[in-house]
Design a protein around this ligand. Structure first.
Ligand code: GLA
Ligand code: GLA
Length: 691
């Protein structure tokens, strides 16, 4: 049975902020005390190669400095060549060979790639697109996330693997499926959708009320009448609930396998799944609640890293569980799935590995070891070429691996240090994306533009869900908190009264979690606390000047603010002669209790955003570790277990000098004579606590 009601009850019933259960899983790469604290390795597909090559592959991995190999994902047709006939002998030997070379093994369940016999005999398991097209064999992810039959097969293969390898001394963790995402619109999905809506709203009257279905005669007599849609001119309530539905479905799909694995595996083995980028398919905070760690696949598709934006990705992934994560895949140079698959420059693969570590990765695994002779990804970056010998990227990866292996005892049990928190809300992102009002209002871009100066000026940002415990952070910034529930608003108000500095960006506090307008003007349930409301919002097609303590320009979006309390301060106003915005407040702030709340009503340009960040950080008394570093220099701190470490990365093409904090001692890397080399990386130990 698909556990819709159970998942929903712990997820989002009536907007209640369910407490996040702390997990007992240790804060390090693996829970096995005798294994390395930092995993460095690669995806290897032994099923694609003759067995007499395996030993050479593993010896070459060892020579590269790898201590971890990830395997078995996608190998379903090899593990179960016919229905019910399992063949694990080859995998027994592959794992044994890896172990003989001292490798840790991560096993993937193969359910992203169902075998042909399965979908041929049971075509009802196949995914159906929104336009009614049924998927077929030959690619991957062709299954329906709602198919009970498919889940039964998934549970069975996961159970067989867990029984066989759940206590294998080489195996340290499990990855369920691979980058889950595409939803399905088959008959079972429609049935699950109706069950979901019933569990969420209880009665059809309640759904009609929350969705405002008197609009365009949308009124429903019964849940069975509600169409399943992800796109098109549908009610925004339906479209947002579609995302809630996919969250429940994918969470439950993953848990189906997690439960099967956990019945037979050593509890020190982690259970995770690998995710991608800013995937909008489901709420990743919810999905990870019942997994041990987060793991993600970091690619720089065009080979031109924007280090700050990429760092935000890492921080978001760390936020899924507020604990260190695995970088399950990253590119040995290039990908093969964008129009121009440019390779990273020499030095940048190493840079990106250290960036991941600086943001809380306890593992760096490359995808992949060697390109298959055929198959869809023959052009992708790999450590080996088609001749089975090293590619030119190998020495750089070997150097990185050697450094990480050496640094592992220092990095063990440390976590990134952040004093600024940013709130990311999937509901808000979806709600804005569904009704951008200005096509250029990309919610991820809006988030990243707030993140950029906060990260470069504070050198440590945590990205958290709205219901996280914020008490450790003197400054909390929510760039576009469009959907805000009453419970969330109350928690944020408590944070402010207790001394926190809360900053809301444009479009905040407009909707409830059914995507309905709050009956009061923005920021809705926080309007009283702010002592001001948004009088009107405007999409901009050209920029408008802003004056005051945060001077610069606004573009894309502008809201005029109207103070309702006498102690509200206006930090910036618009200058828009002859326009609606002229003279109106753009940014307001108010001290409340021991803290403050600030509302930023405009999409600010880079200069204004930098000024705003400087002001907010100063108010919250947050200072950087390294002052005045060049914008190409990334500084990150990890601390814990009585240690403090500083990681410095030069993402630029020229050497940079900067002043280290007193007591910093270089451990490894490219620091010499007060300078960090071009594309250089350096690790330092620090003394004392950060001020
Ligand atoms: C048309 C329709 C209205 C409304 C407006 C909005 O005129 O008749 O129902 O949708 O557009 O501009
Ligand atoms: C994803 C997948 C891998 C592979 C890589 C290629 O991350 O998980 O199987 O396809 O992309 O970049």
């Amino acid at each position: 049975m698909i556990m819709i009601a159970a998942v929903l009850a712990s997820t989002m019933s009536a907007g209640a902020a369910a407490p996040r259960s702390p997990t007992a899983f240790p804060q390090r790469a693996t829970a096995f005390a005798d294994k390395p604290a930092i995993a460095v390795g690669v995806s290897w597909y032994p099923e694609q190669w003759p067995e007499d090559r395996w030993d050479k592959d593993l010896a070459m991995m060892k020579a590269t400095g790898f201590n971890t190999v990830r395997m078995a994902e996608f190998a379903w047709s090899r593990m179960e060549p016919e229905e019910g006939r399992f063949d694990f002998a080859w995998l027994d030997r592959a794992i044994a060979a890896a172990r003989a070379h001292g490798m840790m093994v991560v096993l993937g369940t193969p359910t992203a790639a169902p075998p042909a016999w399965l979908t041929q005999k049971y075509p009802d398991v196949l995914r159906v697109d929104e336009d009614g097209t049924r998927a077929g064999h030959g690619a991957r992810r062709q299954f329906s996330f709602a198919s009970q039959r498919y889940r039964d097969f998934c549970r069975q293969i996961a159970t067989e693997m867990a029984k066989r390898y759940g206590h294998n001394p080489a195996v340290v963790g499990w990855q369920i499926d691979n980058e889950v995402g595409p939803p399905s619109f088959d008959a079972e999905s429609v049935g699950a959708w109706h069950a979901f809506l019933k569990a969420r709203y209880g009665t059809i009257d309640e759904l009609n009320r929350r969705w405002a279905t008197q609009y365009w005669s949308q009124y429903y007599n019964d849940f069975d009448q509600v169409p399943l849609h992800a796109t098109g001119q549908q009610n925004p309530a339906l479209l947002l609930d579609f995302k809630h539905f996919t969250t429940v479905m994918w969470t439950d799909y993953i848990q189906n396998e997690a439960t099967a694995l956990r019945q037979a595996i050593d509890p020190r083995m982690f259970v995770t799944t690998n995710t991608m980028f800013w995937n909008a398919g489901f709420d990743h905070f919810r999905m990870h609640r019942d997994l041990d760690i987060a793991a993600w696949d970091n690619y720089i598709p065009d080979g031109r890293p924007d280090w700050v934006a990429n760092g935000a990705n890492h921080d978001l992934v760390r936020g899924y569980k507020q604990r260190n994560f695995w970088l399950m895949e990253t590119q040995p140079g290039r990908v093969d799935w964008v129009p121009v698959n440019r390779a990273l420059d020499p030095g940048q693969v190493r840079e990106m590995a250290w960036q991941a570590i600086g943001h809380g990765a306890d593992a760096v695994l490359y995808w992949q070891w060697r390109p298959a002779a055929n198959g869809q990804e023959t052009y992708h970056g790999a450590i080996l070429g088609q001749d089975g010998e090293f590619n030119p990227i190998q020495p750089e990866i070997a150097r990185t691996a050697a450094e990480l292996n050496k640094a592992a005892p220092l990095l063990a049990d440390t976590q990134p240090i952040a004093r600024v928190a940013m709130l990311f809300s999937y509901d808000s992102r979806w709600a804005i994306d569904l009704q951008r009002h200005n096509r250029d209002f990309d919610p991820v871009k809006a988030f990243t533009e707030f993140y950029r100066p906060l990260r470069t000026q504070s050198q440590g940002v945590a990205i958290l869900p709205v219901d996280a415990d914020l008490s450790r952070y003197p400054l909390v910034v929510a760039p576009d908190l469009n959907v805000l529930t009453a419970n969330e608003a109350q928690a944020l108000a408590r944070y402010v009264r207790a001394g926190g500095h809360l900053v809301l960006g444009p479009r905040s506090g407009m909707k409830d979690d059914a995507n309905a307008l709050w009956p009061q003007r923005q920021p809705g349930p926080l309007a009283d606390l702010l002592g001001a409301t948004v009088e009107q919002y405007y999409a901009l097609d050209q920029s408008v000047e802003i004056t005051g303590s945060v001077a610069g320009k606004a573009a894309i979006w502008a809201e005029t603010l109207a103070p309702t309390a006498s102690d509200v301060r206006t930090l910036a106003s618009y200058r828009d002669t002859g326009g609606w915005l002229d003279g109106k407040p753009a940014i307001v702030s108010r001290n409340v209790g021991r803290g403050s709340i600030t509302y930023v009503g405009a999409w600010l340009d880079t200069a204004a955003m930098a000024k705003l960040a400087a002001m907010l950080l100063a108010d919250a008394k947050i200072t950087p570790i390294v002052d005045g570093a060049d914008p190409d220099i990334e500084i990150a701190e990890r601390g814990g277990a009585g240690k403090r470490l500083l990681i410095a990365i030069n993402h630029g093409k020229v050497a940079q000098s900067f002043v280290l904090p007193a007591g910093a001692v270089p451990v490894s890397g490219d620091w010499a004579d007060g300078r960090l080399a071009a594309h250089g990386v350096a690790l330092f130990t620090l003394r004392g606590d950060r001020k």
